[in-house]
Design a protein around this ligand. Structure first.
Ligand SMILES: [Zn+2]
Length: 177
């Protein structure tokens, strides 16, 4: 945890948030299982509009400027996971949030690396064949919590789409494409 606080303290303020696929606005993708609902899903499941595994290997992008805090294959229902720490300023002052990108086919960043909004962090995968290809995406208001089950009572999770929509950049979009 000390390491994560140190990472956060080195960050500049993120200037805004874009969608993790089809940036800046998620064009070409839909959220097949939004945050919450009857199954208490703790993230969004981004899928390509063409269906099936047509989105396998599509790029996944950092939603905001930040620093990579975790990468690795967690197996089971998670597969390859990337986490990025961001510093944001709200009405109550600065705070940190963590974006989490799961089931990736490939990881394209390293722990400690500084990433800009729109930087590719990996590609859409199947968690090693567990699912049809999609991106499981979470935003958390605390750093370095256990991954958990992806479902259950929200702990530090926030509604990712509502958060992004409330923190859109004021400047023109950037992407690595
Ligand atoms: Zn999911």
């Amino acid at each position: 945890m000390d390491r994560l606080i140190a990472i956060a303290l080195q960050l500049g303020l993120a200037d805004g948030f874009d969608y993790p696929v089809g940036p800046p606005d998620g064009a070409g993708y839909y959220d097949a299982q939004p945050f919450g609902g009857g199954h208490a899903h703790l993230g969004s499941d981004w899928n390509g509009v063409r269906g099936g595994d047509s989105d396998l290997g599509d790029p996944v992008f950092a939603v905001a400027d930040g620093r990579v805090s975790d990468t690795g294959d967690h197996g089971g229902g998670w597969g390859n996971v990337v986490r990025v720490v961001h510093l944001v300023r709200d009405d109550d002052g600065p705070r940190v949030v963590e974006s989490l990108y799961a089931h990736l086919e490939r990881i394209d960043v390293r722990v400690g690396e500084r990433v800009a909004r729109g930087r590719q962090v990996g590609t859409i995968g199947t968690a090693g064949g567990v699912y049809r290809a999609h991106l499981h995406f979470e935003l958390r208001a605390a750093l370095g919590r256990p991954l958990g089950g992806g479902y259950g009572p929200p702990d530090a999770q926030v509604d990712p789409t509502a958060f992004i929509d409330a923190h859109r950049p004021r400047v023109s979009p950037r992407t690595s494409r």
